[in-house]
Design a protein around this ligand. Structure first.
Ligand code: SF4
Ligand code: SF4
Length: 294
C-alpha cells in the first residue's frame, strides 16, 4: 500500500517512545484503560473472571471503566505523569469484542490530546472488520495473540469462538480465528500500523510449533514477537498443565530472534496498568476508580 512518508516518520517517532516496542521501558510510561470487558473466544488457559492472559497478568481482576471514566482517569494520570506516552486498551476481555467502548474511549481522548500514542491488544477475531476504523482513530500499534498457525494445534488451545452470532468449536473455531488473525495482520500492515504478535508458549501443545508461527507472522509484516510464559489460572482448563521454564522461554526467544526481533521485557501487565514497565503505579490511582471485584 502507499503509505505517505510523513506518516511513516510519525509512526517511527511513536515507536521510539513506546516502552513495549522499543528499548525505552524505563523512560516512558503507558496506561491501560480497562474498558473492554467481554471476550468473543475461550482460550483454555483463561478464566474470564480475571484479566485476559493474552496481554495481562492472569489472576488479577480489574474493574471495568466506562469510556467517560476512562477519559477522566487518563487525564488524572497524565497530570501526574509527564512521561506518559501511550494509551493502550488491553481488556480485561478483548478490545475488539467491545469495540464500541474501545472506539468511544479513544475518540474522546483524541479530541483533547492529538499527540498520545494509541495501542491495543486483541485476539484478532474481529480485526478484519475493525482495521479501517482503528486507522481512522489513529491507532499506531497493535498486538495480536497468535498461538498457532495450524488449526489442528489451535483446536487444542481454543475451546470455542463466537463469531457473527454463531459459536464454533474444534478445528473450525481455530480456523476462523486464524484466518481473521492473519488477514487482520496483513490489513494492519497495509495501513502502516506496527504489529507485535504475542505467543503463549504451551508445553506439549505449541512449543515445537512456535518458530513456524514466527515465520508466518514475519511474512505478513509483523515487527516483533513476544513469546510469553503461560501462568496457570486456577479453574481454567489448563490449570494443571506443566509449566514452561524461564530458560525454555529464553531459548525459544533466542531461536526465534534469528527470524524476527523479540521482546524480552514484557511484564504481563494488568489491564489497568499505569507507569513505566519498571515501575507500575496503577495502585496510586486505584482508590478513585477501582475496587477489588469486577
Ligand atoms: Fe481470555 Fe483473552 Fe483468550 Fe479472551 S482472548 S479467552 S480474555 S485469554
Ligand atoms: Fe507492554 Fe507486555 Fe505490558 Fe503489554 S503486557 S503493556 S506488551 S509490557
Amino acid at each position: 500500500a502507499d503509505i505517505p512518508k510523513e506518516y511513516e516518520g510519525l509512526i517511527a517517532e511513536k515507536t521510539k517512545t513506546h516502552p513495549c516496542f522499543s528499548g525505552c521501558a524505563g523512560q516512558y510510561a503507558r496506561i491501560h484503560l480497562p474498558v473492554a470487558k467481554k471476550c468473543n473466544i475461550q482460550c483454555n488457559y483463561c478464566l474470564r473472571k480475571y484479566d485476559c492472559p493474552n496481554e495481562s497478568r492472569p489472576g488479577v481482576t480489574t474493574k471495568v471503566l466506562t469510556p467517560e471514566e476512562a477519559l477522566e482517569k487518563y487525564f488524572a494520570v497524565k497530570a501526574e505523569m509527564p512521561n506518559l506516552k501511550v494509551v493502550g486498551i488491553a481488556g480485561p476481555g478483548d478490545s475488539l469484542a467491545e469495540f464500541e467502548n474501545t472506539k468511544k474511549t479513544l475518540s474522546m481522548i483524541r479530541q483533547e490530546d492529538p499527540e498520545v500514542t494509541f495501542c491495543l491488544s486483541t485476539n484478532g477475531l474481529m480485526l478484519p472488520l475493525c482495521v479501517h476504523e482503528l486507522a481512522a482513530l489513529g491507532v499506531s500499534h497493535v498486538t495480536i495473540t497468535i498461538n498457532a498457525v495450524d488449526p489442528k494445534i489451535g483446536s487444542k488451545i481454543y475451546a470455542k469462538v463466537n463469531y457473527m452470532g454463531v459459536t464454533y468449536t474444534g478445528e473450525t473455531a481455530a480456523g476462523i480465528l486464524l484466518g481473521n488473525q492473519l488477514t487482520g495482520l496483513k490489513m494492519l500492515q497495509d495501513q502502516g500500523i506496527i504489529c507485535k504478535v504475542n505467543i503463549v508458549m504451551l508445553k506439549g501443545i505449541n512449543d515445537m510449533h512456535i518458530p513456524e508461527v514466527v515465520k508466518k507472522v514475519k511474512e505478513l509484516g509483523c515487527a516483533i514477537s513476544n513469546i510469553m510464559q503461560m501462568i496457570p489460572v486456577k479453574g481454567s482448563a489448563f490449570e494443571h498443565m506443566p509449566l514452561t521454564s524461564y530458560l525454555e522461554i529464553t531459548e525459544m526467544r533466542q531461536k526465534c530472534g534469528l527470524l524476527l526481533p523479540q521482546m524480552y521485557h514484557c511484564k504481563q501487565c494488568r489491564a489497568d496498568a499505569a507507569g513505566t514497565l519498571e515501575n507500575d503505579e496503577s495502585y496510586r490511582f486505584d482508590k478513585d476508580y477501582l475496587s477489588d471485584s469486577a
